[in-house]
Design a protein around this ligand. Structure first.
Ligand SMILES: [Zn+2]
Length: 476
């Protein structure tokens, strides 16, 4: 994620604060149909959160999702969404009941393995009681049918507006940190990655851009067009997108042979060629620095919704209402390795995404003849002792201020300090080893520091402690 125009965002957030933004309380599904099957001894309720202390109700406990199959119909004119989500998962404990995260919508039915299940709603929690408890280790499929007008998150202290955001010609869909629930029921936390199928029907003339590859594009039975996209690599929920509207497309391959798709709203028609060429060139360069490209395609999308930020949606970074410069493209594409292939398990480790992507901006600028990474580091370190980045330790990203500048800048400076300490050869070997050892997996700061110590043979506790965890400026 990259924020632009922070002042504008702040203004928008203030304006939005008065908006009604309370979680829905309407329990649309009654518990009255609740099966009376007694749970076997030991079957318990899955936790309403996945265990991230900073976001206690994000994600859920008791199961692990393998795949989301999302069938969605959306009409931009009425902003009405009809959804049917089938989620394949495995129970990690014996489960009498479990939760999904879903914000708004009317839920008209839930089934587990084909049998109607009882359900109830409270805030963003959709609680599901299967007709029969699920045994630990059992694979199951839960299907949720829902509809309504999506309610994106607005005025948050983190990203301003995010989630499924209706636009004049479709929708802008960017969900970090927890906006997947604004368009489908999910285990909405990056600790649970899954593959995705998207089958999305829209009126004629609307293009749908979801993650991964386009499988088919066909006339829908009731009119309009159905776009089927498939992301066959594991993905965290906040990277899922189905951005839709009027788009101009350019498709092909990067010089290095990776599939490349650029798409722009007609308002940005003049940027299409540049976006396509730059995205391809930068992706190919990152392959030489970070290792093999982890996904089946690269590219980018410029929509006309003025989000004020870019988000690294898997395979399709999205730029919200502005012309992306090389630096932002370099940032979002670096995230395909750092954040997307290697995902954080807890939000406090966000510097593993943003510090790396910011450092990638420096590497790209240096590669193209601009300031060197060392110059960028010095400029950062020259900030006065009272600068806010020194009092915000980036290794403990705060839940109400996740995207603080420190997580980006001081995170990148951490990597540069490490590079100086262990030398270029070891540092760049570390980056490639890191991406290879954890490809399509989940990572923690402890795992990164342990690998840096293993490859360098150096004791690095004090370096990481000073840069990531102390509320003061480290010595350079
Ligand atoms: Zn970022």
């Amino acid at each position: 994620m990259t924020q632009r125009a922070a002042a504008l965002l702040a203004t928008l957030s203030l304006l939005a604060c008065g908006a009604t933004d309370r979680p829905s309380e309407g329990a649309t599904g009654a518990d009255s149909g609740s099966p009376r099957t007694a749970a076997p001894a030991g079957a318990t309720r899955g936790a309403p959160g996945i265990g991230d202390p900073d976001f206690p109700l994000d994600g859920n406990g008791g199961y692990d999702v393998a795949h989301y199959a999302l069938k969605i119909g959306y009409v931009p004119e009425s902003k009405h969404l009809d959804g049917e989500a089938t989620i394949r998962a495995t129970a990690t404990q014996s489960l009498s009941r479990f939760n999904l995260d879903l914000r708004g919508f009317e839920v008209s039915g839930v089934s587990v393995d084909g049998a109607a299940a009882a359900f109830s709603r409270e805030g963003d929690e959709l609680s599901v009681t299967p007709a029969r408890p699920l045994a630990r280790g059992a694979a199951f499929a839960v299907k949720v049918t829902y509809s309504g007008v999506p309610r994106p998150v607005r005025g948050s202290s983190n990203l301003g507006s995010y989630g499924f955001i209706p636009t004049g010609d479709g929708a802008f869909v960017a969900c970090e940190p927890n906006g997947a629930r604004t368009w489908f029921p999910a285990n909405d936390h990056p600790a649970d990655k899954a593959t995705f199928d998207f089958e999305i029907t829209v009126p004629a003339g609307v293009t749908v851009l979801a993650n991964g590859e386009l499988v088919s594009r066909e006339p829908a039975a009731g009119g309009g067009t159905t776009f089927t996209w498939r992301e066959s690599h594991p993905m965290v929920t906040y990277l899922a997108t189905a951005t839709m509207g009027e788009f101009q497309l350019r498709e092909g391959r990067t010089p290095g042979g990776i599939r490349n798709l650029a798409a722009v709203d007609p308002r940005f028609a003049g940027e299409l060629g540049d976006l396509y060429t730059r995205s391809g060139q930068i992706t190919d360069h990152w392959v030489t620095v970070f290792g093999p490209y982890p996904f089946s395609s690269t590219g980018g999308v410029v929509d006309d919704f003025s989000a004020g930020y870019a988000l690294e949606n898997q395979t399709k970074p999205m730029y919200g209402g502005f012309r992306p410069d090389q630096s932002i493209i370099a940032h979002e594409l670096a995230h395909q390795w750092f954040g997307n292939s290697l995902s954080i398990e807890r939000w406090e480790d966000l510097w593993l995404n943003e510090g790396f992507a910011t450092y990638a901006e420096w590497l790209w600028t240096e590669h193209t003849g601009g300031d060197t990474a060392d110059e960028r580091f010095r400029a950062g370190h020259d900030r006065p002792a009272g600068d806010p980045i020194w009092s915000y330790p980036p290794g403990d990203a705060r839940p109400d201020d996740l995207f603080n500048e420190s997580v980006y800048l001081r995170g990148a400076m951490t990597l540069h300090a490490l590079r100086e300490k262990i030398g270029d050869d070891t540092f760049f070997r570390l980056l490639k080893t890191w991406t290879a050892e954890h490809e399509h997996g989940s990572v923690t700061t402890e795992e990164f520091t342990a690998l840096a110590e293993r490859l360098s043979g150096k004791q690095l506790d004090s370096l990481f402690d000073a840069w990531l965890f102390q509320p003061r400026r480290p010595a350079a």
